[in-house]
Design a protein around this ligand. Structure first.
Ligand code: FAD
Length: 416
């Protein structure tokens, strides 16, 4: 019997009865229209069962992938299975850019938007903020386009956990291309420091703080060429790294994007990891939690207390900012946020042991877990944090009355 497909991390073996890879839209439509249970797999970088189904798991990378740039309007219409690593160089050739990118460009666009994937920066919401319209095929095989400013359920459709239908294409807003310089500063006196956390996270266009919650932290500063230099008082006590770094100690620096202030295109500096190389560790698990920005210093202080407990299972933590956005299920919905990320070892049992401790430490801060990463927070607790949750549940019933795109995770968060 053929081995079951797994996610990128290998911690999820999909329960799907079949993995389907249609090569024509007709074939694809047929799978959706005749399937009792269907789910799409993007590039499989989520760490939980969000992409899983007991029916047909469909991969869209065999379908033609459009990239149609409309320079006059500054938009691009792009096939949903396209990866950021494919799209960005095309935009750049047209003098265009996306304002924000995740840590690595390996994800499909639809997979990333579905889970509220984000980068870092005081000015940028989740990546969903760039989406202008979504084209989806619903359970009856119909194509529906949902657009910003036209459809009042647009904000429920972009970050929709793959549960409204199969996204086939997206139209994105772009901005003029720009260059970025990336610097790594080491020695941030982290445990004593967090009260000015949001200040540090705002020293440049995009900033990440990497910490193990016990020793000094490293600050990855991504400054747009032409922006003012970072306020040195916010980085006082740090020193520039004496060579290239990988966010995770001991991993090959060749996998990381260029540093030391060498200017380069936005898509080769905003992600930490280069296209074509293994991102992060590869052998790992991940979790991430969003708290309101104004509570971030307190939340960080609570995590510092857990430093010794986390040490055996933690490869590194990353702290980033995400501006408020209007998407109903975005973890940054309605509030400027700070996201606390954990790259764990691949020891699932040990990680499961520490998650409740992390979550208990963050519980006082109205925490929202990342939809595509590991969490043991009860769905009811998460749901209570989303004020548009009932609107989303209604949208789910409207788009998918038969439950074709439901899976166990969706049923837990949105019971019928
Ligand atoms: C190394 C690494 C680094 C990461 N860095 C970041 C980061 O910087 N920021 C961050 O926020 N997250 C990050 N993540 C998490 C990642 O962004 C999310 O898990 C994202 O959803 C992965 O995209 P994917 O294409 O792999 O989607 P998948 O994991 O394959 O799928 C995610 C969801 O999208 C749905 N989906 C996919 N395609 C479609 C479609 N065409 N139509 C409808 N539904 C669809 C799936 O059914 C599923 O529900 C990271 C993960 C890894 C492994």
């Amino acid at each position: 019997m053929a081995a079951k497909p797994t996610n990128w991390a290998g911690n999820v073996e999909f329960a799907a009865r079949a993995l389907r890879r249609p090569t024509t839209f007709e074939e694809f439509r047929e799978i959706v229209a005749t399937g009792d249970r269907v789910r799409v797999l993007g590039s499989g970088h989520s760490f939980n069962r969000i992409a899983d189904t007991t029916g047909d798991l469909v991969v869209l990378d065999g379908l033609p992938r459009a990239v149609e740039v409309d320079s006059a309007n500054g938009t691009v219409r792009v096939g949903a299975a396209t990866r950021f690593a494919e799209l960005c160089p095309v935009l750049r050739r047209h003098g265009l850019a996306l304002p924000n990118l995740p840590s690595t460009p390996h994800f499909t666009l639809a997979g990333a938007y579905a889970t509220g994937t984000h980068g870092s920066g005081h000015t940028g919401g989740t990546l969903a903020a760039a989406v202008r319209s979504v084209e989806l095929v619903t359970a009856d095989g119909e194509t529906v386009t949902v657009s910003r400013g036209t459809d009042d359920h647009f904000e429920g459709t972009v970050v929709s956990l793959g549960s409204l239908g199969v996204v086939t294409a997206l139209t994105l807003e772009t901005c003029p291309t720009f260059e970025v310089e990336q610097y790594v500063h080491e020695g941030l006196a982290w445990p004593a420091f967090p009260e000015d956390l949001t200040g540090v996270l705002g020293v440049a266009y995009s900033v990440s703080v990497f910490t193990d919650w016990s020793g000094p932290a490293r600050v990855w500063v991504k400054r747009r060429v032409g922006d003012p230099p970072p306020d040195p008082t916010l980085l006082s006590g740090t020193r520039p790294a004496d060579g290239p770094r990988h966010p995770i100690e001991g991993m090959p620096t060749a996998n990381a994007t260029e540093q030391s202030g060498v200017p380069g295109p936005w898509d080769e500096r905003l992600p930490h990891f280069r296209a074509g190389f293994v991102p992060s560790v590869g052998d790992e698990l991940q979790s991430e939690y969003f708290v309101p920005a104004e509570r971030a210093a307190e939340a960080a202080a609570a995590l510092v207390e857990l430093g010794p407990l986390l040490a055996p299972v933690l490869r590194v933590s990353e702290v980033r900012t995400v501006a408020a956005d209007p998407h109903w299920l975005s973890p940054a919905h309605g509030r400027d946020s700070v996201a606390f990320h954990f790259t764990w070892t691949s020891d699932a049992r040990a990680v499961a042991g520490v998650l409740p401790r992390v979550e208990a430490a963050l519980a006082p801060f109205d925490v929202r877990p990342h939809w595509g990463k590991l969490s043991s927070i009860a769905p009811e607790a998460t749901s209570a944090s989303y004020e548009r949750l009932e609107d989303f549940r209604a949208l789910l019933e409207r788009f998918d009355p038969k439950g074709t795109f439901r899976n166990e995770l969706i049923d837990r968060y949105f019971p019928r």
